[in-house]
Design a protein around this ligand. Structure first.
Ligand code: G1P
Length: 284
């Protein structure tokens, strides 16, 4: 059985909804309480058994590389102090995972970002995580939930959740047949449709497991919504062969690409970590 070893993190976007904050700072470094969004994403991937973290970045994103590195100056500054514990998680990630980086030269859609990452992934199934979809779960993280389905089904799997009709234009929307509780065989995917064109009320959220033939499909996919290369359109091609499943994941998602969703995530995590025992970090 093929296990998922690699996760691709598309992280080249500008985060214009957060300007002026994102003028010189990558949106992936926005903190939820005291940890950047991208670190939550890498932790979720690591908890799903993934060892190789592959980033598609762009200009102005060097803080991401610095974050997943050792800062010798800071390490020696806090050595022996109570603050050492604050770096424990990131230190463990840096030690236990492998990180690789490539750049997307122009912003041309999620499909283009994935294709740019091919060089880091090669010919094996892989996960994709969009860090601004911030997910909290009670038990297994969303990627772990997808990986469990992949272990049985060995095809592309996307995470979905129900959204109200007036939000369909913000998401890739899918339709499919429910083959077991919360698991759908996808028949149709449409990128950001108007409510009247949406095939249903299930929206794709930023967690995917993709089979590597997606790269060949992307290469022949025409630009779609916004004249950009859309992953959703490439998945439609796999779905025609019955090779895409969608999982209504267990957990809660915050859209940290929007200021309102981001503020709600901070409030939620802050409250939850204060409610729990101080020594017990929130399970995210
Ligand atoms: C991307 C995908 C979209 C998906 C969304 C989830 O859009 O293209 O299908 O629903 O992520 O966050 P973006 O939000 O990057 O425009």
């Amino acid at each position: 059985m093929i296990a998922i070893r690699k996760c691709l993190f598309p992280a080249a976007g500008y985060g214009t909804r957060f300007l002026p904050l994102t003028k010189a700072m990558p949106k992936e470094m926005l903190p939820v309480v005291n940890k950047p969004l991208i670190q939550y994403g890498v932790e979720e991937a690591a908890r799903a058994g993934i060892s190789d973290m592959a980033f598609v970045t762009g200009r102005g994103k060097r803080a991401l590389e610095d974050h997943f590195d050792i800062s010798h100056e800071i390490e020696s500054q806090i050595a022996g102090s109570g603050r050492e514990a604050l770096l424990a998680e990131i230190r463990r990630l840096v030690r236990e995972c492998r990180f690789s980086w490539t750049r997307q030269l122009a912003i041309q859609g999620l499909g283009h970002a994935i294709l740019t990452g091919e060089t880091l992934i090669g010919g094996e199934p892989f996960a994709v995580l969009l860090a601004d979809d911030f997910c909290v779960t009670e038990d297994a993280g969303v990627l772990s939930q997808l990986a469990a389905v992949f272990a049985e089904q060995q095809c592309s799997i996307i995470a979905v959740e129900e959204v109200p009709a007036h939000e369909t234009a913000d998401y890739g929307m899918i339709a499919g047949e429910e083959i077991s509780s919360g698991l759908f065989r996808v028949s149709q995917l449409v990128e950001k449709p108007a409510p009247e064109d949406a095939p249903g009320n299930l929206a794709i959220i930023g967690r995917y497991i993709l089979t590597p033939d997606i790269f060949a499909v992307l290469r022949v996919t025409e630009p779609g919504r916004n004249n950009e290369l859309q992953l959703t359109d490439a998945l439609q091609s796999q779905a025609r062969q019955g090779r895409v499943l969608a999982l209504r994941f267990r957990g809660r998602r915050f859209d940290c690409g929007s200021v309102a969703g981001y503020m709600a995530a901070n409030e939620y995590v802050w409250k939850r970590s204060r409610d729990e025992l101080k020594t017990q970090p929130a399970c995210i």
